[in-house]
Design a protein. Structure first.
Length: 203
């Protein structure tokens, strides 16, 4: 099972191996209220019971605070209830293709960007991004930052959550035993929000 609540649209997916059995989407802002109902519907559609889930993956960012906080809490609670293992997956990994000329980006605010490509994940300025993406396809996770890229003269296309890619990543982590400790797992908030909430401030 996989949860992605990082963007404007939140997704729940269940699968067997790399095969997607059922997918449900809710508005990202409504995820906290809608995910239990969506999960029940998914389990019925896939003819599963909660206790049958062996591993739960959660996309842990980078992204905004509220959606990821709810997604992480849901994943941890479901792991406890189902006796499942937890895997955290970077939002940037979902579009990374080692054989392509694609670059995946997410706005980090203040004129900086989270970037993922064949060189790994890193944070760059807008000028550094311009140099890095010459002749390459730029995909924006969740569409966050499209307007800022256009203003900077960088052509880009939005990237929606891919359940099949997510389940492939999840299966790979499961096969190699690369799990995350549910007690200490945390979301990768965008830089400014991490500092603000750590300090007990509000937006």
């Amino acid at each position: 099972m996989l949860i992605d609540s990082c963007g404007a649209v939140a997704t729940l997916a269940v699968g067997q191996g790399e095969r997607v059995l059922a997918v449900a989407e809710t508005g990202g802002r409504d995820f906290s209220a809608q995910w239990p109902v969506a999960l029940r519907r998914l389990l019925l559609e896939a003819a599963w019971v909660l206790a049958g889930i062996q591993v739960i993956g959660v996309v842990n960012g980078p992204g905004s605070f509220t959606g990821m906080r709810v997604g992480m809490a849901a994943a941890k609670g479901l792991c406890e209830a189902a006796g499942a293992r937890l895997v955290t997956i970077s939002r940037l990994e979902l579009a990374q293709d080692d054989t392509s000329r694609e670059v995946t980006v997410i706005s980090a605010g203040r004129g900086e960007w989270f970037v993922s490509d064949t060189d790994g994940e890193r944070t760059v300025t807008t000028e550094e991004l311009k140099a890095a993406v010459r002749g390459r396809v730029v995909r924006v996770a969740g569409g966050d930052g499209m307007e800022a890229l256009q203003t900077a003269g960088i052509a880009a296309e939005p990237m929606r959550f891919d359940a099949e890619q997510g389940l492939r990543l999840l299966l790979g982590r499961w096969r190699c035993g690369s799990f995350t400790d549910a007690a200490t797992a945390d979301a990768n908030y965008v830089r400014g929000e991490r500092g603000m909430y750590a300090a007990g401030k509000t937006l």
